[in-house]
Design a protein around this ligand. Structure first.
Ligand code: TPP
Ligand code: MG
Length: 348
């Protein structure tokens, strides 16, 4: 079994408390100006916001194996994964606040974060990250590089065609791809048992002739160990793996979700099984004292506060730039730019 050093555990803790506090701060900022009628377009963060508190063990346990040249695609609940993949925190925050200096010039928002510096992307279309991850894996293999691609998706997305087709192609071509299902038991208001068989999603790997591993506990150390096997396999040229990780949705599906469909006990259970508290126990058993943990947490919180303050001071995009970078060939009348080639088709 992989031994995990105290330094490694401390690194997990730093990212996990950063991700948790980031969500808490976004939650506060999001609510500004939205009340009393909950106007989703009002306030400093307009639009939807899906928070990932309770998913930290997944993003951090997996991405701590990755390098900048490895690709990650994340779903609509992306912040913990982006933080663990070292996406630029300032520019990510500016993007969430819709500012010009954001990763996508403020036009993508929190579900469409792209950071080419560290090969990170996410999407609001569920399972959409799987085909691009397979593409990245195929490119790495063709170039003879040992980089890998990891596609994260929710358990509610695993009956999407894009996921199943991607498993097939990755297996047939022996590609360096790891598929990571974050199983939080819910797809919006739909409980997993009503729509998904088998309940253990990692068993779907059998149908595609690849290894499947499920981690039942929301534990970053267990996740790190399982990911070590999967990512090592991909990096060594031995093909794809499917991982399913139990996580917990501590919040509603999106900000403003009244969760009337969710039994109170389930909400309580999600809060009790806190992966950060679990990791603190592990740190204590490695001799890390409370003071050290507290100072790591304080520094992480300061870093998040700085990013949020910086983002809020950034300019909003110029409305005239709305179509810039949105089309390769803008429809006529949209911009002054002449199309680079004729979309109507080639020569007769
Ligand atoms: C192709 C597609 N169909 C439907 C939706 C609407 N939708 C958004 S999130 C979601 C459920 C996602 O559940 P899950 O994959 O388990 O992720 P979780 O929100 O639990 O993290 C759905 C159906 C969508 N975004 N994309
Ligand atoms: Mg889910």
């Amino acid at each position: 079994m992989t031994t995990i050093s105290k330094e490694k555990l401390t690194g997990f803790y730093e990212d996990m408390v950063t991700a948790r506090y980031y969500e808490e701060r976004l939650q506060e900022e999001y609510l500004v100006g939205k009340q009393p009628a909950f106007d989703i377009s009002a306030g400093p963060i307009p639009g939807e916001l899906h928070l990932a508190a309770g998913h930290e063990a997944s993003g951090i346990g997996v991405c701590h194996h990755l390098r900048d040249d490895d690709t990650v695609t994340a779903p609509h609940r992306p912040h913990h994964i982006a933080i663990a993949k070292d996406v630029d925190l300032d520019r990510m925050t500016a993007e969430i606040f819709g500012r010009e200096t954001g990763l996508s010039s403020g036009k993508g928002g929190h579900m469409h974060l792209f950071d080419p510096e560290v090969n990170f992307a996410c999407s609001g279309i569920i399972a959409q990250g799987c085909p691009p991850a397979v593409g990245a894996g195929m490119a790495a293999k063709k170039r003879g590089e040992d980089s890998v691609a990891v596609a994260f998706l929710g358990e509610g997305a695993i009956s999407q065609g894009a996921f199943l087709e991607s498993l097939n192609l990755a297996s047939v071509r022996d590609l360096p791809v790891v598929f990571v299902i974050e199983d939080n038991d819910w797809a919006i208001s739909m409980p997993k048992e009503r729509v998904t068989a088998p309940l253990d999603g990692s068993r779907r790997a059998d149908g595609f002739d690849m290894p499947g591993i499920r981690v039942d506990e929301d534990d970053v150390v267990d996740v790190y160990r399982a990911a070590d096997e999967a990512i090592g396999r991909a990096r060594d040229g031995n093909g794809p793996t499917l991982l399913e990780l139990q996580v917990h949705r501590r919040m509603g599906h999106f900000m403003g979700d009244p969760e009337t469909y969710r039994p109170e006990e389930d909400q309580e259970l999600a809060k009790e099984r806190d992966s950060i508290e679990r990791l603190k126990e592990e740190l204590r058993s490695h001799g890390v004292d409370e003071e050290t943990m507290e100072s790591i947490k304080t520094a992480a919180h300061e870093r998040v506060d700085e990013a949020i303050e910086w983002a809020k001071e950034q300019p909003k995009p110029d409305p005239d730039a709305a179509y810039e970078d949105a089309f390769v060939n803008p429809p006529s009348g949209v911009t002054d730019t002449e199309p680079e080639f004729d979309l109507a088709g080639g020569e007769d």
